[in-house]
Ligand binder design. Structure first.
Ligand code: SAH
Ligand code: SF4
Length: 429
């Protein structure tokens, strides 16, 4: 979502004649688009701002702005904490950034941090990285209140992009050569265009029909909002990838209740069973938090058991950090000592890496369909692409180029990457 938002900000600034600098030191305006979801993301921004302080002193005309979720919850106190900052803009006020830049040129510090639950950035065509895969934000904000999470306080209430404008954007992307569209939302299953009567399953179905040449993905889904209609839509449309990112957060119902997730672990397992019965080759991934408030050893064991049972393709794994203003910060004690959190997280990572490694080893000898994305980081003789299940595959380049869809015969694997060579079909007479 941050990457997509950076594309929106870039488009708004380019619209006013600004150009993107090749490198940081060439820039006359330094703009940080920030994430507040975990403490270490915030720390990275803090270090960057401290480092900028020296440059700001040396270069009189340098303008520094901070956008996104961190200023949205820390507000004007950021000016005194980090004197390098000239202006602040929140996730609903990116449209004000060009005018903030102009105004701070004549001195002073400005903050534009109002929530605007009507803002979907409709009509702004984001500047995108790459020419094969594109993010299309379809809804913004979150109406849930997971106890650990700062997002509802930084991104405000849910609102959706009208279905017509999503379709137009997707059609344009496909016409200009994009071959993979990822529909984005903090809570993408809550998508709702009430005027046209579209929920997320209906939107997904419509997008897949309007863009038959592209692979369609989406993220992130909340387990409680996965409907049978959605699962059937994924199964029935050939260009919707058979992949689901379904954050579980914990394997223990007691913790899920404390986290205010709105479902038990049995209900989660039932959803997974439903998904696998309708889409047998589905690739599942998840998010998991170690060491949330009150987590006991048995809760942690339940998380390990869940990972071992479900065997996710991959997982984003974190240890809990308190976020100011959240339900947990106000009402629960952050009582799991840091060494315990880190040890539990390491056990989770070790187990998941072993499982991902085993699943990747099982892929050796199979033939998978890959969308080529870019040159491989290791060699210009190789390309990197992804399977429908979102596995990274590095393969011999031959005459292929990014954007090509091809079959690759898998010959090797690590826990994060498959390697192989394009499969050629020979006709013998
Ligand atoms: N909207 C998505 C995820 C948003 S945040 C969802 O509902 O799943 C992405 C992930 O960051 C979360 O799934 C969670 O695993 C993690 N996360 C959020 N707040 C956190 C915190 N305070 N400490 C550690 N991890 C956190
Ligand atoms: Fe945060 Fe929960 Fe909303 Fe996801 S669903 S953004 S974890 S509050």
């Amino acid at each position: 979502m941050n990457q997509a938002d950076s594309g929106i900000i870039t488009a708004l600034l380019q619209g006013e004649g600004y150009v993107q600098a090749e490198q940081e030191l060439d820039a006359g305006i330094v703009l940080l688009n920030t994430c507040a979801v975990r403490e270490n993301a915030v720390e990275r921004v803090e270090h960057f701002l401290q480092r900028l302080q020296g440059r700001k002193k040396r270069e009189k005309g340098l303008i520094v702005g901070v956008a996104g979720c961190i200023p949205q919850y820390r507000k004007e106190e950021m000016f005194s904490l980090y004197p390098a900052i000239d202006f602040l803009a929140g996730p609903d006020t990116y449209r004000t950034i060009p005018s903030l830049v102009e105004q701070v040129r004549s001195g002073g510090k400005l903050a534009s941090l109002e929530f605007n639950s009507a803002e979907t950035y409709e009509g702004v065509e984001p500047v995108r990285q790459g020419a094969t895969s594109a993010f299309v934000p379809v809804m913004r904000g979150c109406n849930n209140r997971c106890a650990y999470c700062v997002v509802p306080f930084t991104r405000g209430r849910e609102r959706s992009q009208p279905v017509r404008s999503v379709i137009v954007e997707v059609q344009k992307l496909v016409a200009s050569g994009y071959r993979e569209i990822t529909l984005l939302g903090q809570n993408v299953n809550s998508y709702c265009d009430a005027d046209e009567g579209y929920d997320f399953a209906a939107l997904l179905d419509a997008v897949s029909r309007e863009a038959p040449l592209a692979r369609i993905r989406f993220t992130t889904s909340h387990p409680k909002d996965i409907s049978e209609a959605l699962v059937q839509t994924i199964a029935s449309r050939p260009n919707i990838c058979n992949a689901l990112h379904l954050p579980v957060q914990s394997g223990s119902s007691r913790m899920l209740d404390r986290m205010n997730r709105g479902h038990t672990i049995e209900e989660y397992r039932e959803k997974i069973a439903l998904i696998r019965s309708v889409i047998p080759d589905v690739a599942l991934s998840t998010d998991i938090i170690a060491g949330f408030c009150g987590e006991q050893e048995e809760d942690h064991q339940a998380s390990l058991e869940l990972l071992a049972d479900i065997r996710f393709d991959s997982a984003y794994m974190f240890f809990y950090s308190t976020r100011p203003g959240t339900l947990a910060a106000k009402t629960l004690e952050d009582d799991v000592p840091e060494p315990v959190k880190k040890r539990r997280l390491q056990e989770i990572i070790d187990l998941q890496n072993r499982i991902s490694g085993e699943l990747f080893q099982e892929a050796i000898g199979t033939v998978v369909e890959v969308l080529a994305e870019s040159e491989s980081r290791r060699s210009s003789e190789q390309l990197m692409g992804r399977t429908a299940g979102n596995r990274a595959v590095v393969f011999d380049r031959e005459n292929y180029k990014p954007g090509d869809l091809l079959n690759v015969s898998i010959t090797g694997a690590t826990s994060a990457t498959l390697t192989g060579r394009p499969e050629h079909i020979y006709f013998l007479s």
